[in-house]
Design a protein around this ligand. Structure first.
Ligand code: ATP
Ligand code: MG
Length: 134
């Protein structure tokens, strides 16, 4: 269903209608940065989030560690995953906050994904879109 229309005029986009003002920001960061990222988000007025424990690997494909003299390849490392649904104007502040909370400068600091978000519904009231998200 076409729920919005974007009109492109020279140099600008005009959003006429619809609820594509929303994005899902997903971040996978080091578990020890959970508290720092959460605090940075709250400081940026982004107070709603879902956090889960996950395992994953990035470019390095994990690492090798020695346990009782045996070198074991650890392919999937413990990470935490944030899911944060926001209106468009909060995308950049959310990204900035995640980076502020998670960056050490070392490999494995994490990755941020930004996805278009089709809809959001508050179960209690039935509100949708930007109203429900905020
Ligand atoms: N392309 C990807 N698809 C899905 N998950 C990814 C992807 N890249 C990274 N991740 C997830 O993000 C976590 C952190 O990634 P990581 O920071 O190691 O990325 P990287 O590309 O290897 O960068 P760096 O070189 O800084 O380590 C991974 O453990 C994995 O869970
Ligand atoms: Mg990596």
């Amino acid at each position: 269903m076409l729920s919005s229309l974007v009109v492109l005029t020279p140099g600008m986009a005009v959003y006429l209608k619809g609820e594509e003002y929303m994005k899902m920001v997903i971040a996978v960061v080091k578990p020890e940065k959970l508290t720092d990222v959460k605090q940075a988000l709250v400081d940026a007025d982004v107070g709603k989030m879902t956090v889960s424990s996950v395992i994953g690997c990035g470019s390095q494909g994990g690492y090798a560690e020695s346990y009782r003299g045996v070198i074991t390849e650890v392919n999937l490392l413990d990470k935490v995953r944030f899911e944060i649904a926001v209106n468009d104007e909060f995308v950049q502040p959310t990204i900035d906050a995640i980076i502020k909370g998670a960056r050490t400068g070392a490999i494995g600091d994490g990755k941020i994904f930004v996805l278009p978000l089709e809809q959001c519904i508050r179960v209690r009231t039935g509100e949708t879109g930007g109203k429900a998200i905020g």
